[in-house]
Ligand binder design. Structure first.
Ligand code: PLP
Length: 345
């Protein structure tokens, strides 16, 4: 099958770029120094490649991701790096841990999440600490008491996690001063280490694609990067050594004097980091099923109805989550179709 034969919008991954990204990260964060986040690709076939590169512990954002990873035989050490209160889903996770002899650890940041984990039979938790991102995580000063509560309920507390999502990319510093980013990451990790001093345990888990190489001296024991393997325009601006592996292929379905329209709209593209990139063109409008774009200048050849266009998403995670299949491609050839099988909650 050729790429041109795929029905569009088609999510494609370039095998050469994917292989390069896997190797680059495995060299920088070998073995369990990296706990790949599967939320970026939601695909067990891709996770298996990460495991083959030595990363056998994984980060998940939803119970569904952890259940799917375990079912695929990739459950050696799964971290649900997110707060879960739903007892049914937590019980599914703990039943899985019992029946498949897999390891499941769940993030907790409140009395309620600790008690839910204990009630559902979860055995291991990490104390999730707020390191500056206005999202989940307890105050560093509350971490010790939460760990005490968890232990009193029979849970094993493996350590702490703290996601510094607010400094994954820094604007406008990101383009000029990565040292400044390193300093802000270090400050965020001071909070995490302070919490760890009270909590104990072997694990200090943090980081992502934007900071994977800024943790040499932060005390962090594992990095939770996900996007690195596929990449997007948002992370491309940081000048990291990862290459763009993910594209959405569209078909031009209409043309006008000054623009062309492809069949790749909001329902095929995560737009929370802005519009996608159509090389050589400006994106004018993105609506439900349409992307309207016009050439940068007169030297750019005009598109015709039926042409194929390669679109670079601005944000990998939500883009992938909108597609059922991730097509592995090598030049014009389609090598394989991988189900995006970890979707859902
Ligand atoms: C808890 C957690 N860890 C790590 C990451 C890093 O992912 P990425 O490498 O895609 O930036 C994320 C991304 O949102 C996250 O939510």
């Amino acid at each position: 099958v050729l790429v041109d034969d795929l029905p569009t919008p088609a999510l494609v991954v370039d095998v050469g770029a994917l292989t390069a990204n896997l190797a680059t990260m495995a060299a920088a964060c070998p073995g369990n120094r990296l706990r790949p986040h599967v939320k970026a690709h939601k695909c067990t076939s891709l996770a298996r490649l990460q495991a083959e590169h030595g990363h056998t512990g994984f980060t998940c954002a939803t119970p569904r991701e952890a259940l799917g990873m375990a079912a695929a035989g990739l459950g050696e050490d799964l971290l649900v790096a997110n707060e879960v209160l739903d007892l049914r889903r937590l019980r599914d996770l703990s039943a899985l841990a019992d029946s498949h002899a897999i390891e499941v650890t769940v993030a907790v940041d409140s009395d309620a999440t600790v008690r839910a984990a204990a009630t559902a039979g979860i055995r291991q938790v990490l104390i999730d600490v707020n390191v500056g991102l206005p999202r989940c995580g307890c105050r560093p000063t509350d971490a010790g008491a939460l760990a005490d509560l968890a232990r009193s309920l029979g849970l094993t507390v493996r350590g702490v996690m703290g996601y510094e999502g607010h400094v994954m990319t820094l604007e406008p510093l990101q383009l000029t001063d990565r040292m400044a980013q390193a300093e802000v990451v270090a400050l965020a990790m001071d909070r995490l280490r302070a919490a760890h001093d009270q909590v104990g345990g072997d694990v200090i888990s943090a980081g992502g694609t934007g900071t994977y190489d800024l943790h040499e001296h932060t005390g962090v024991t594992e990095v939770q990067a996900g996007s690195y393997v596929l990449m997007d325009t948002h992370y491309a601006r940081l000048g990291l050594p990862f290459v763009q592996a993910l594209h959405v292929i569209g078909t031009v379905i209409s043309v006008a004097a000054h623009w062309a329209v492809a069949d790749v709209g909001l329902k095929a593209l995560g737009m929370d980091h802005g519009p996608p990139l159509v090389p050589g063109h400006r994106v004018l409008v993105v609506s439900d099923e349409h992307l309207t774009f016009s050439p940068d200048d007169d030297s750019t050849p005009r598109h015709r109805v039926g042409d194929r266009v390669e679109i670079v998403p601005a944000h990998v995670d939500p883009t992938v989550a909108m597609h059922e299949t991730l097509w592995l491609v090598d030049g014009e050839q389609v090598v394989e179709g991988w189900p995006v099988d970890l979707r859902g909650w």
